[in-house]
Design a protein around this ligand. Structure first.
Ligand code: SF4
Length: 360
């Protein structure tokens, strides 16, 4: 089959086989790939709108017993640079974000064996009581599995307890590349691919919205990138629980693994193939935090319909050597100057009434 006919089929929502995905990823012209991805995005969502969420990330602890080689953020237990925020410190950061209009809070950190499930329950209850209009889109599969191990509880029970305490949605963090060969090199002590899938399935069965992610550009092959997409697509066929897919690239500068940063063209190619391959996932997010707002604008022509969040505060990607920052106004201006109308959404990807900022 020709590349053109594969692109046309995928642009209309048709399904690509694994081999077709690999072939398109490796051989299609970047602009053709982008045009097909954009055509699909226009079919799925209002063509003139690009959404974003007002949010922040609170990295409550950098203590972690998983020790991923691509991570510059974590410190092993008892390290002098390790920190864990108190509940009051986390609440102060939530207040700072809520005062700026945030409706989504991502509380995420290392897998710190000192913290028990009650610590999170109490924290989440306080956040929900004091800031009822913010949604906790928080923790990660690694933190959930870490808690299940410490507590000797099934993952489902941990998720249910956290949900009862106020956690609304589970982010897709910790997926990296869901291929064992890659994980052995970059995150040998982290959850196995089948565990990541299992936790997501449990969260989705409990009615939590979730997102899926991919951190690419470490040591994986192009085929392994498509394998990752295939795993996500299969789970979505089964559960329909992913609202969005968010690929970003590895920042190597201060990590033990080192290596090279992906190019902008590679980022756009990954976005476009993701939009085309994941024909069952509604949203594709431009993760401007790693490639910057200018690449974020280009991403809007390679399949993305969402610009992510304002991320008022963030430490993990920053510690790996990333220095990108953007205010709400910056995000809106980037969306406008790319030719789209900004629209504020919530954690469930529903549009909010809130007016966007004026252009000047
Ligand atoms: S990526 Fe997450 S799990 Fe891995 S070392 Fe860093 S904080 Fe720990």
């Amino acid at each position: 089959m020709s590349l053109r006919s594969m692109l046309d089929r995928a642009a209309n929502g048709g399904r690509l086989s694994f081999d077709e995905g690999v072939r398109l990823y490796l051989e299609a012209d970047l602009h053709d790939l982008g045009a097909a991805a954009h055509a699909r995005r226009v079919q799925l969502h209002p063509p003139d709108l690009v959404t974003y969420v007002i949010d922040t990330t609170v990295n409550y602890t950098n203590v972690c017993n998983v020790h991923c080689t691509f991570c510059a953020f974590f410190r092993p237990e008892h390290h002098r640079e390790g920190y864990t925020m108190s509940h009051d410190e986390v609440l102060a950061r939530v207040k700072h974000a809520a005062d700026q209009g945030a409706t989504q809070i991502m509380i995420q950190g290392g897998v710190n064996p000192e913290l028990r499930v009650e610590w999170f329950e109490e924290l989440f209850r306080r956040v929900c009581a004091e800031y009822p209009h913010v949604d906790l889109h928080s923790l990660s599969v690694s933190e959930i599995v870490g808690l299940a191990r410490i507590e000797n509880l099934p993952v489902r029970d941990v998720l249910q307890r956290l949900k009862t305490a106020g956690m609304k949605s589970l982010p897709g963090a910790g997926a990296e590349i869901l291929v064992e060969r890659v994980r052995k090199r970059i995150s040998a002590r982290k959850v196995k691919p089948e565990e990541w899938i299992g936790v997501m399935r449990e969260a989705q069965q409990l009615g939590m919205p979730t997102t899926a992610t991919m951190m690419f550009g470490s040591i994986e092959t192009p085929q392994e990138r498509i394998e990752h997409l295939n795993i996500i697509r299969d789970l979505q066929d089964e559960t329909n629980g992913f609202l969005a897919f968010i690929p970003w690239y590895y920042i190597p500068y201060k990590t033990p693994l080192r290596g090279k940063e992906a190019t902008g063209l590679e980022y756009l190619r990954v976005l476009a193939i993701s939009r085309l391959y994941l024909n069952n996932i509604p949203h594709l997010q431009a993760s401007w935090l790693t490639p910057g707002l200018k690449m974020g604008q280009l991403a809007l022509f390679y399949g993305c319909d969402d610009m992510g969040g304002t991320i008022i505060e963030e430490q993990v990607v920053h510690d790996a050597g990333n220095t990108n920052e953007a205010s709400r106004r910056d995000l809106e201006e980037a969306i406008r100057s790319a030719g789209f109308k900004p629209a504020v959404r919530n954690t469930y990807w529903n549009l909010r009434e809130e007016p966007v900022l004026s252009a000047h």
